[in-house]
Design a protein around this ligand. Structure first.
Ligand SMILES: NC(=O)c1ccc[n+]([C@@H]2O[C@H](COP(=O)([O-])OP(=O)(O)OC[C@H]3O[C@@H](n4cnc5c(N)ncnc54)[C@H](O)[C@@H]3O)[C@@H](O)[C@H]2O)c1
Ligand SMILES: [Fe+2]
Length: 440
């Protein structure tokens, strides 16, 4: 038997958290930038631009630093290779820049990471995309300082080393993953999330939940084969430090998730939801700090083909593309759709962790189910139903006949499947997809 890993690593950006933090970005940038004249690229998307926060932040940065701020406000929601190429072309044409600021959800933050990568390193986007889809090249040069300002409570992209994109010609979602992509500073201002629409709150919140659950149940770092330092990737598997972040994220979700979605859906004064919004922002940050060092597994691997192969479904509260009715199963929704079945599959690998996670999510035992493999799936599915996530893959347009194609797409995500707490076969994936056609 090969030697086991004895070392794990932990990395995170500098972090500023709290109401009003986004008003201080000018001050923070002044510390990161060289002497004037300074030019800053601000990346956002049309929906977030409409909230007025990006324009306000741009103005405050100019006032504090004297920098010229150039705004790119066309980041695509759920970015594609084509949309990122457009943003990169814009950055190259308008540059040079001294820093990049991303204001938005994972879509704007990931777009900013891609632009920053190609403003500082030669070649094209596909050179850096994970192999075998792309060239798997590592950036040779450091990126410009990136300040990431999330406006959703979801991805944790402000803390991670990943940039996710949909490669249209291959119908596959994949990414770029390298330590240089991690933002220099994450500014989490819960006030920016007050305007998040209900389905964005629900879907992005399921992303938080799955980040925490998948990292918490990931293969223990010490069960992996020993690596040389140059072979180590940011994802260690579950470990004592990411466990702390994940457990806390699950407790925060237990207290705030349903309330945040209900408040967004009821149309009540967003101010009244400030408490639960702040807890959701903290949960997203904590889960990001956890999964960014542990890794995610089966639900995320399955989400990529679900999002990439969707034919007709388009989630409410998300913008339309491709002439108005393009399909869109948003990331968090796509991840959640197989989560109950995935955790039934992985239960035997670490029963204590699956039961503990269920208890953290449902501390008062509101979900009456048998103990054992069915408990965590029941807790997750009940939450999905309560917050308005569609009832399984059939509700977003997939049927029995799609299972083989979905298995093929998930099987391509070997990096993620390797993080699962047990070895995963194509038969396992077929069981997960088939069992996820309907949850209740
Ligand atoms: N890099 C990572 O670590 C990582 C991790 C998970 C997911 N992702 C990626 O992130 C993307 C999803 O990001 P997301 O879930 O944060 O959502 P998003 O960025 O796609 O935004 C969703 C929608 O909400 C709107 N919106 C965002 N904030 C708003 C606000 N405060 N008020 C009003 N409208 C608002 C946007 O305009 C958009 O229409 C996917 O592409 C996914 O693959 C990246
Ligand atoms: Fe995710």
């Amino acid at each position: 038997m090969s030697a086991r890993e004895t070392v794990f690593t932990y990395a995170a950006p500098s972090l500023k958290f709290g109401a009003g933090a986004s008003a201080e970005i000018g001050h923070d940038l002044a510390q990161l930038l060289a002497a004037p004249p300074r030019r800053v690229l601000l990346v956002t998307d049309p929906g977030v631009a409409a909230t007025g926060h990006p324009a306000r932040i741009a103005q405050q940065v100019t006032e504090a630093t004297g920098a010229e701020v150039v705004v790119f406000d066309r980041a695509r929601v759920e970015p594609t290779d084509a949309s990122m190429a457009e943003a990169i072309d814009f950055g190259r044409a308008e540059g040079p820049f001294d820093a990049v600021v991303a204001v938005g959800g994972g879509s704007a933050i990931d777009t900013a990471k891609a632009v920053d990568l190609l403003l500082t390193n030669p070649g094209e986007l596909m050179d850096y995309v994970n192999a075998p889809v792309g060239g798997g090249r590592a950036p040779a040069h450091p990126l410009l300082p990136l300040v990431a300002v999330p406006t959703t409570t979801g991805t944790g992209a402000e803390s991670t080393t990943i940039c996710v994109l949909d490669v249209l010609s291959l119908e596959v979602k994949t990414g770029i993953s390298h330590a240089r992509l991690r933002p220099s500073l994450a500014v989490v201002d819960p006030d920016l999330t007050l305007s998040q629409p209900a389905m964005v709150t629900a879907s992005a919140g399921m992303d938080i939940l799955c980040h925490a659950l998948e990292s918490y149940t990931a293969r223990w770092f010490g069960e992996n084969a020993a690596k040389k330092p140059e072979q180590r990737v940011p994802y260690n598997g579950s470990n004592p430090i990411s466990d702390v972040w994940c457990e806390k994220a699950l407790s925060l979700l237990a207290g705030a998730f349903r309330g945040a979605v209900t408040a967004a859906r009821s149309g009540e004064d967003p101010e009244s939801a400030r408490g639960v919004r702040e807890q959701m922002a903290m949960a997203a940050t904590f889960a990001g700090l956890g999964f960014g060092n542990a890794g995610v597994h089966v639900p995320h691997a399955c989400a990529y083909p679900i999002a990439g192969r969707a034919r007709e479904f388009r989630a409410e509260d998300y913008p339309a593309y491709e002439g108005g009715d393009g399909p869109l199963v948003p990331h968090g929704m796509a991840v959640s759709l197989t989560a109950p079945e995935a955790f039934r599959l992985t239960f035997d690998a670490s029963p204590t962790r699956h039961l503990r996670a269920a208890q953290l999510l449902d501390p008062h035992g509101a979900v009456a189910a048998e103990e054992g493999p069915d408990l965590l799936p029941a807790v997750v599915a009940t939450l999905m139903r309560d917050i308005g996530i569609p009832n399984g893959l059939s509700a977003v347009g997939f049927g029995e006949g799609d299972v083989d194609g979905l298995v093929e797409g998930a099987w391509a995500q070997q990096r993620l499947l390797a993080t699962a707490p047990r070895d995963i076969t194509t038969e396992d994936l077929a069981v997960v997809f088939r069992g996820s056609l309907e949850h209740w």
